[in-house]
Design a protein around this ligand. Structure first.
Ligand SMILES: [Zn+2]
Length: 81
């Protein structure tokens, strides 16, 4: 496997740094050289797969509650007959 190299100083190690760029309302993550700070990549501040997984759990929770409500409505209708 090739060793990753900073294009400016040829250092081999990198780090994630949280930044809030001007004129932008969201934080992002810079992948930068630990030696000279040259930015070699960017990532979203929030991990999207984690957010999607959390959202899926919330949707499933709402679905379960709706099924409970539907069940209670059916019981109420049957009691009126
Ligand atoms: Zn560097």
């Amino acid at each position: 496997m090739a060793l990753s190299l900073c294009p400016k100083c040829e250092n081999h190690s990198f780090e994630m740094v949280e930044v809030e760029p001007g004129n932008w309302r969201f934080k992002i993550m810079f992948v930068q050289c630990t030696s000279c700070g040259t930015v070699v990549g960017t990532m979203d501040y929030f991990n999207l797969s984690t957010l999607i997984h959390e959202l899926k759990e919330k949707v499933e929770n709402v679905e379960n509650k709706l099924e409970d409500i539907e069940y209670e409505i059916v019981l109420m209708k049957n009691n009126k007959k």
